[in-house]
Design a protein. Structure first.
Length: 186
């Protein structure tokens, strides 16, 4: 089912999403990859502020390529999500409601998604040039020294994603594999 959502999202907005739903996000999201996650994690553990509001927001695991002249951003394909797994439960506990990336998540992340009523979306790997067309504004807001891994605030319009793990812990990677195995035994 296709769902069109405006981000940031409240918990109640996420409750209706199910693993396998196609979503299109419009509004403000943030980017962060490994190095930015490490800094945010260490800052939070030290009781310090971080450079973005986590409450009800989404992080896109993205390190874009440089923008071509006249473009807002370069290729905007997802980064492998498991690289952020160590940091994710704390960010979810602090109010993060969604992540966009690619690939499987650890059991600790899945448990934290359920505990915090959040979601994990997959963006289509290899489609970074097409995904960049959904990004209407991009601004580095923190950790500029990290280059492509700096935190950016993005304004997106109809950024597509697939719900992989919903707020109840249903995992499309698992259910799709089981469905496929059952189809072979027909």
């Amino acid at each position: 089912m296709n769902k069109y959502l405006t981000v940031p999202l409240k918990e109640e907005d996420l409750m209706g999403l199910r693993a396998g739903d196609f979503v299109f996000l419009t509004g403000t999201i943030y980017t962060a990859r490994d190095a930015a996650h490490k800094r945010m994690y260490e800052s939070l553990l030290a009781g310090e502020e971080i450079p973005m509001e986590l409450q009800d927001n989404f992080i896109y695991y993205l390190g874009p390529t440089p923008a071509r002249p006249g473009e807002v951003i370069g290729s905007a394909g997802p980064t492998t999500s498991s690289r952020m797994d160590k940091y994710t439960p704390l960010l979810l506990d602090k109010g993060l409601k969604g992540m966009i990336g690619k690939g499987k998540r650890s059991q600790a992340v899945i448990d934290s998604i359920v505990k915090n009523k959040a979601v994990y979306l997959a963006a289509i790997g290899g489609a970074g040039a097409l995904l960049s067309k959904c990004i209407k504004e991009a601004e580095v807001i923190a950790y500029d020294d990290l280059g492509t891994e700096a935190i950016r605030r993005l304004r997106v319009e109809n950024l597509p994603g697939i719900v992989i793990i919903d707020s109840e812990g249903n995992n499309l990677y698992e259910t799709a594999a089981e469905d496929f195995k059952r189809s072979l035994n027909v």
